[in-house]
Design a protein around this ligand. Structure first.
Ligand code: SF4
Length: 235
């Protein structure tokens, strides 16, 4: 059974992440809660860079719920065809814009149940909107956060719900606003899925990943193999 990380270790981890990046923010390009919501809906199985490329034209044509609701699914689709699942996403974006107009005066509701009632919006998307647009201490567990929480031992769990609950239970209150971004960015750029960059990791001291020693030296070879792997390479 996993032994819970001690509060001072959790504190040290978030203190180090906060020190390295004092003002973390989403990499999605948005200007208000509506464009944030649409961007997050479009981001399923797509990169933030890809979403930003697609939304540049889309938001120029339809910057708010009223103009988006007036577009056809085909029109929305013409802007987002580079994204996976674009047909379904276009359908959801038009439908959620209509609901925002009908039920919420065209505004994005600051309410989890109302957000999750929108087409294409699940718990993860609602968590991102509540955190980024409304400053709530929610954590949207994506693939990066799931990996970091499990590798480090911060909040081990086999499901995203378990990891989310675990993180909410251990992350100190004052770090809850930034925890979502710190963990995502750490997973995206340092604690990478295939080859974690433990050699430059700000939280390596407290991390419980059993293989971290394998990645503790800066890569030297052209293939990115760490100097720690040299013995394996020449074997
Ligand atoms: S030490 Fe390595 S495995 Fe642990 S959090 Fe840092 S990059 Fe990830």
């Amino acid at each position: 059974m996993d032994v819970q990380m001690a509060p001072d270790e959790v504190e040290a981890i978030f203190s180090a992440l906060a020190h390295a990046d004092p003002a973390p923010k989403t990499e999605l390009a948005y200007t208000d809660p509506f464009t944030l919501l649409v961007s997050v809906v479009l981001s399923a199985q797509s990169t933030d860079v890809g979403v930003n490329k697609a939304t540049r034209g889309l938001f120029a044509a339809a910057p708010d719920a009223a103009s988006m609701a007036a577009m056809s699914e085909e029109q929305v689709g013409s802007f987002i065809r580079s994204l996976g699942l674009w047909r379904n996403k276009a359908k959801n974006v038009v439908a959620l814009s209509k609901i925002l107009l009908e039920r919420h005066g065209g505004e994005v509701p600051h309410d989890r149940a109302a957000l999750e009632a929108l087409p294409g919006v699940g718990r993860k998307t609602a968590n991102v909107v509540l955190n980024v647009a409304f400053g709530e201490g929610t954590i949207a567990v994506d693939t990066h956060i799931f990996r970091v929480a499990n590798r480090t031992g911060l909040a081990p769990g086999k499901t995203v719900d378990k990891v989310e609950q675990g993180l909410l239970a251990v992350v100190p209150e004052r770090y809850l606003g930034g925890a979502h971004h710190w963990l995502i960015l750490h997973g995206r750029y340092v604690c990478k899925a295939r080859r974690p960059e433990c050699w430059r990791c700000a939280i390596a001291r407290w991390c419980r990943f059993p293989d971290k020693a394998l990645y503790s030296k800066r890569p030297t070879g052209p293939d990115g193999v760490s100097s720690a792997d040299d013995s394996l390479r020449s074997a």
